[in-house]
Design a protein around this ligand. Structure first.
Ligand code: GLC
Length: 567
């Protein structure tokens, strides 16, 4: 691999616009680093690894939920939105973590979960202790059941994690949970819900948080009416702003209120929506500068490693963000999906169900049909493609080590509610649930839990983690970690206006080449055969370049190179 020496200047973006082209590193706190030896990662663990993040060269950290939680859904079941889980730390440690990150020039984005609380939240306890029709029940979505004694759920709906979406409480009423039973949906028609979330936004903003990642942002506004549609009817309804549950137009009124809160601060607090919506146009509404400002774009995460798909996705999303004034986002891996190194080692999804992981399991188990070497090679090429694009790049902890999905977790140790509420046939995401990308990180080759903590890890780590540990890759030329470090540093140096121009002479069905203002050329070969490179200086490549007989440089298959053009 070509690794040109680079200096690391400070991020060039003006402060208020830091998010527009940021590299954001997602920390899933319970699996990052465990300082107190209870097998669960914690804030002290994060503080101890700030130098690692600084050396990696990311602009911001997105911290998945760290709030008090029974962990029915990995922390997305929140007991109290304005506190830290005692298993993870304290508010004082949170402040220390903010100071340490800011001291290293790294912003902090925290996860906010406004679609639901946990069933241990004080509001839900109060709702259960209060009668039907009470104000406490009105904060959630309670209904009487069907059937002679209301013994049947109000509707036959299925939760996103499978299994029923309605659960019955002691006095016979039912409550709606779009996710696990322990995650009752809030009623956003209730003014106290609005007030409380604004309080939460200010609470963390006052503590120095720079932005928020909004969980299930497309789910808050609901309009159920008197007669509930059936599951089949729900499914047939268009998601054009009028669907009773998802992506309703009035959800943007909530985000307009939040925008006022964001603007109370200098620089304004930022937000990024997790919004699973039908079209890039509808996604753009969440990214409006009058609303959350930015939205996750999962298109690349759902695409095959294919030049035509990638190009269409990039063109489409850059066009959308130009219209709204937002900047686009790119994601290949997160805590909800099969890691991209593994995904790209599977047969292509095109023309098949995108739930390819289910096929992976059904095909006979974790060791069948995955070309891990090719998967990682493509993942590295894809990451360098991503890091050269205009917009923000969201990276998931462990991808900088080239980690693969851990498939070999015994069923009884799995934690993901989506695993427990489904069968391989009905399971979303990847057929094995989402634990495989949430296994605690390997920091060292050997020793207790590969350096994650002093006393085990809450999900079992496989033996092959040793070779993917930070220790195994640190300072090793050609390692995935060193590629990420070099790419992130170069990106800071080369970052320019939010635009690109496709190089039509170099681009083919298998090759995508584009240039950013200032002469930063990125070329990705998605095919198998090496292609000739143009004249210029090769700055960094995701795999070693080759030479032809005359000494000209060749770009091998599944490789990205960044170049600076000469003349
Ligand atoms: C989002 C989160 C996911 C969580 C769900 C319910 O999709 O990313 O991890 O399970 O919301 O909160």
């Amino acid at each position: 691999m070509t690794t040109a020496p680079v200096t690391v200047p400070t991020a060039p973006q003006a402060d208020a616009d830091w998010w527009r082209q940021a590299s954001v590193y997602q920390i899933y706190p319970r699996s990052f680093a465990d300082a107190n030896g209870d097998g669960i990662g914690d804030l002290r663990g994060i503080i101890s690894r700030v130098p690692y993040l600084e050396k990696l060269g990311v602009d911001a950290v997105w911290l998945s939920p760290f709030y008090p939680s029974a962990l029915a859904d990995g922390g997305y079941d929140v007991d109290d939105f304005r506190d830290v889980d005692p298993k993870i730390g304290t508010l004082e440690e949170f402040d220390e973590m903010v100071a340490a990150l800011h001291g290293a020039g790294i912003k902090l984005v925290v996860d906010l979960v406004p679609n639901h609380t946990s069933d241990r939240h004080e509001w839900f306890r109060e709702a259960l202790a209060s009668p039907k029709g009470s104000n406490a029940r009105e904060r959630y979505i309670f209904r009487d059941g069907e059937g002679e004694d209301g013994e049947l759920p109000p509707a036959d709906w299925t939760s996103i994690f499978n299994g029923p979406a309605w659960t019955r409480v002691e006095d016979g009423q039912w409550y709606l949970h779009s996710f696990a039973t322990e995650q009752p949906d809030l009623n956003w028609k209730h003014p106290e819900v609005h007030e409380d979330f604004k309080r939460t936004l200010r609470f963390w903003s006052d503590r120095g948080v720079d932005g928020f990642r909004i969980d299930v942002a497309h789910g808050l506004a609901k309009d159920l009416g008197e007669v509930l549609p059936s599951k089949a009817e729900l499914k047939a309804m268009p998601k054009d702003g009028t669907h009773p549950l998802w992506d309703r137009d009035e959800v943007h009124e909530i985000y307009a209120e939040w925008r006022e809160v964001f603007e109370e601060y200098t620089p304004a607090r930022t937000a990024v929506a997790e919004a699973w919506v039908e079209t890039a146009e509808r996604r753009a509404k969440y990214a409006s500068p009058k609303g959350l400002g930015q939205a996750f774009n999962f298109d690349l995460m759902e695409a095959d490693f294919d030049a035509t798909h990638f190009r269409d996705i990039v063109t489409d999303n850059l066009g959308q963000s130009a219209k709204t004034g937002s900047s686009t986002t790119w994601v290949f891996s997160n805590h909800d999906g099969v890691r991209h190194a593994t995904r790209y080692g599977l047969p292509p999804r095109a023309g098949r169900d995108v739930k390819q992981g289910a096929e992976w399991v059904l095909a006979g188990g974790p060791d069948d049909g995955i070309d891990r070497e090719l998967g990682l090679r493509r993942a590295r090429a894809a990451t360098m493609f991503e890091l050269a694009l205009p917009g923000s790049a969201y990276l998931y902890q462990g991808e900088e080590l080239g980690l693969h999905e851990v498939a070999e977790i015994p069923d009884e140790q799995r934690q993901d509610p989506s695993f427990w509420r489904s069968t391989p046939q009905t399971r979303g995401w990847d057929g094995l649930g989402r634990d495989g990308c949430r296994v605690p990180l390997p920091w060292t080759r050997e020793g207790e839990s590969f350096g994650f903590g002093s006393n085990g890890a809450h999900l079992p780590q496989p033996a092959w983690f040793a070779d993917f540990s930070v220790e195994a890759e640190d300072g090793v030329e050609g390692s995935t970690l060193e590629m990420y470090r070099a790419a992130l540093a170069l990106r800071r140096q080369l970052q320019s206006a939010e635009s690109l121009e496709w190089d039509e002479r170099l681009s083919t069905d298998d090759v995508l080449a584009f240039e950013r203002p200032g002469g930063w050329l990125s070329i990705t070969n998605f095919g198998d055969d090496a292609v000739a490179l143009p004249d210029g200086e090769a700055l960094l490549s995701s795999a070693s370049l080759e030479a032809d007989e005359e000494g000209g440089l060749l770009l091998p298959g599944a490789t990205t190179v960044w170049m600076r053009r000469t003349a």
